[in-house]
Design a protein around this ligand. Sequence first.
Ligand code: FAD
Ligand code: FES
Length: 234
Amino acid sequence: MGTVISNERLADNVYHLRVSGDYGGEMGQFYMLRAWGAYPVLSRPLSIHQVEDNGIEFLYHVVGEGTELFAQLTPGDDINLEGPFGSGFPAVTGRVALVGGGIGIAPLLYCAREIPGCDVYLGFSREPFRTEEFRPYAAKLTVDVGGLILDNVDFAEYDHIFVCGPHPMLKAAQLKGIAAATSGSPVNVYLSLENRMACGIGACLVCSVSCKDGQRKACADGPVFLAEEVVFHD
Ligand SMILES: Cc1cc2nc3c(=O)[nH]c(=O)nc-3n(C[C@H](O)[C@H](O)[C@H](O)COP(=O)(O)OP(=O)(O)OC[C@H]3O[C@@H](n4cnc5c(N)ncnc54)[C@H](O)[C@@H]3O)c2cc1C
Ligand code: FES
């Protein structure tokens, strides 16, 4: 059980939650959080935003019942965290770009800290949030509001690109990776998928992901997958 340190509203329906306790994890892993009793039945998955000496941070968008309950948390409240779960972003060297869209920037701050000198691209449809927190770690920080953040990224410049954002952005990143490879600049593009989850630990198959080698589980085999492995159906 963790204790809420702060739960600050940053933008329209976007909150930054800090929880004290002995929590850790790898880049791109997630926790299952619950701040209620028996109902809602399922805990909610949130990515590790940052790890502190005595706690952990999350960044979340209020979209439904569970996240609305998170938004009501105040300092001193108890919150149950299970994790860390999943297979996250790999530890890499070379030329690295982190590309986040909207709330998809959530898992990337911890990556930026772990890969100092990376280039960071953050895109927002409206109000930006948590962008300055990336600056100490980034060699280059690009923030775009209202456009398509991927338009700013030259895939041929990088060895590895980590991407988290809305579904169309993930598909576009996969295509840009393929195009770069076809023109002689192979790049490893890693996508963090946010499939709907139930158990979060590989037991229910709700989070199934179509991959070239068959169905895989976003919660246990992912949420991070090499873009070239994922088969998008829509
Ligand atoms: C690995 C992973 C990491 C995530 N990290 C973040 C993050 O850092 N910040 C953030 O804002 N959101 C994140 N999400 C999405 C977040 O889990 C959902 O927005 C949240 O569960 C919605 O719950 P709700 O009760 O408010 O909405 P409701 O729609 O009422 O949820 C109903 C059910 O659907 C599930 N669900 C709904 N939307 C999603 C979704 N997009 N992804 C997965 N499950 C969903 C819920 O867990 C719940 O079981 C992540 C999702 C995954 C799978
Ligand atoms: S959420 Fe149950 S198997 Fe992935």
